[in-house]
Design a protein around this ligand. Sequence first.
Ligand code: SF4
Length: 133
Amino acid sequence: MYETGLVAPGGAGQARADRPGDLTDRQLLARVASPLARCAGGGADADDWFPVATRWSRARIEAARALALCAKCPVREDCLELSMRQWDGAGHYGVWGGLLEAERAAIRKEWLSGVSVSRLLQARTAEASTPRP
Ligand code: SF4
């Protein structure tokens, strides 16, 4: 087990024992900076984390490699929670929790009203899989 309290992917007891909203900033940072984070070993260029396009669709293409890592990241919820809490600093910029800056800005009001990052990510997943007319 890592110091983060998480068990390595595939290990026994992989289910989360706690929720990101219950953790301190320090605990969240320990998880996001742990070897469990998909971005920990590289795999994407620095530019992949900071798309410059103003249109979301274009920005998602620019950040595709980073977003692919985030999609399978076991600490994604922790990462998004930390970003929301650090909005006045580093958490505002680039890709966090598999979302672009503009995407996080769009859901931050809901987060501030008490909606958990888990629910916000579930809602986004459902929205993305809904066929458009
Ligand atoms: S969600 Fe993405 S940015 Fe956050 S720790 Fe995981 S891979 Fe890194």
